[in-house]
Design a protein around this ligand. Structure first.
Ligand SMILES: Nc1nc2c([nH]c(=O)n2[C@H]2C[C@H](O)[C@@H](COP(=O)(O)OP(=O)(O)OP(=O)(O)O)O2)c(=O)[nH]1
Length: 139
């Protein structure tokens, strides 16, 4: 039986652009582009998990916005994942490289040209249809 994993990822938005990180080579999915995030740990809400992951991986604090209304089930060779995506805004700009080799900001259409983890494609497609400047965040 494959493990089932609950994942949460942040679509960080700034001036109509979003942030992608390229996963370090030694991680599963190494070399692919993703939204920063990771596994939800037992006892955590998705919102707590994403704030923790962004602190661990980027060294940054965020505020959250809405969850993306996109499907999140995807089966990889090593696991079945369920992924949730939340819009978010950086309150700090450290962008440390704990889990990524590089970060890129761009519009969803620009970044869609990169090689993404396939479970993230529905999120990118949804984002391409939005006016990102109108998204509101909890302050
Ligand atoms: N963070 C993130 N993970 C994604 C995305 N799309 C996607 O398919 N995934 C998959 C890749 C992995 O199978 C899983 C994330 O698990 P992970 O291993 O990176 O989680 P983690 O940061 O807690 O890692 P670790 O400490 O256990 O190594 O979700 C995405 O956009 N962002």
């Amino acid at each position: 039986m494959k493990p089932e994993q609950n994942i949460v990822a942040a679509v960080l938005i700034e001036d109509g652009r979003i942030l992608t990180g390229r996963r370090q080579a030694h991680r599963v999915g190494g070399g692919y582009y993703e939204f920063p995030g990771g596994k939800i740990e037992p006892g955590e809400t998705a919102q707590q998990a994403i704030k923790r992951e962004i602190k661990e991986e980027l060294g940054d604090e965020i505020v959250l916005g809405p969850q993306l209304p996109v499907p999140g089930d995807y089966e990889y060779s090593y696991a079945k994942i369920h992924i949730q995506f939340f819009c978010a805004k950086l309150l700090t700009q450290n962008l440390e490289h704990e889990a990524h080799t590089e970060f890129q900001w761009g519009t969803p259409a620009e970044l869609a040209q990169l090689q993404w983890l396939p479970a993230s494609r529905p999120a990118l497609e949804w984002l391409e249809q939005q006016d990102l400047r109108k998204i509101e965040f909890d302050e």
